[in-house]
Unconditional design. Structure first.
Length: 211
């Protein structure tokens, strides 16, 4: 039984990037180790070193904010990467997602053994029509099927992450196809009603045996 989302709250609204406009990478979540934000910052440093025209917005707040701001500054990305420092409210998620070209959440296994099983924010980004890039970790491949509903890279691999992001910028047909397939997959498999039905069926069966 997956922890699904209410698909009715989201409508795919992927933006059309104007000619010459920077590729906008979005990420979000609580600013903690398991989300992998330092890996994304390093991937952004690699992208900048390759002359890639991008900007990155990381939405969220949390205990790692100061360390992440220091990492952004140390990488020379103060003009390229924005850390909002504010939690992303549920009602603001559609507008946030509509501002970007790709959603990236490079989850890792944290040093305290904390890990994201199946990030809700990834589902919400895909429900909003964004192509997704994430990592081959725990339940994420059930949602982001590599090459079909998104792209997956190994955890803690900034080079591979940068490569996946560049690939989506350079191949709009691929990006659009992944976005459409991702939205369909979330709708068909991860809608809250669909996810709850197997559990509800067990309760119904149990109740019927008691009557």
């Amino acid at each position: 039984v997956y922890c699904g989302i209410d698909i009715s709250h989201f409508t795919p609204r992927r933006r059309t990037r104007a000619p010459g406009e920077a590729f906008h990478i979005l990420s979000s979540g609580r600013l903690v180790e398991k989300k992998g934000f330092p890996v994304l910052i390093e991937a952004c440093r690699i992208l900048k070193s390759r002359g890639f025209d991008f900007r990155c917005t990381i939405g969220g707040s949390g205990p790692d904010e100061a360390d992440l701001r220091a990492a952004i500054a140390a990488a020379g990305l103060a003009e390229d990467v924005t850390l909002t420092g504010e939690a992303l409210k549920q009602e603001d998620i559609p507008a946030f997602m509509a501002s970007g070209d790709v959603y990236c959440l490079p989850c890792v296994w944290a040093s305290d053994n904390d890990v994201d099983g199946l990030p809700q924010m990834l589902m919400e980004a895909m429900a909003c029509g964004l192509p997704a890039v994430s990592t081959k970790l725990v339940g994420i491949p059930d949602l982001v099927i590599d090459g079909k509903t998104g792209l997956l890279v190994p955890p803690n691999d900034a080079e591979a992450l940068a490569g996946a992001l560049m690939r989506l910028e350079q191949d709009e047909a691929l990006a659009q196809g992944l976005a459409e397939n991702g939205h369909a997959h979330v709708t068909n498999v991860f809608d809250i009603d669909t996810c709850l039905e197997p559990l509800l069926a067990r309760y119904r069966a149990a109740l019927e045996t008691r009557t």
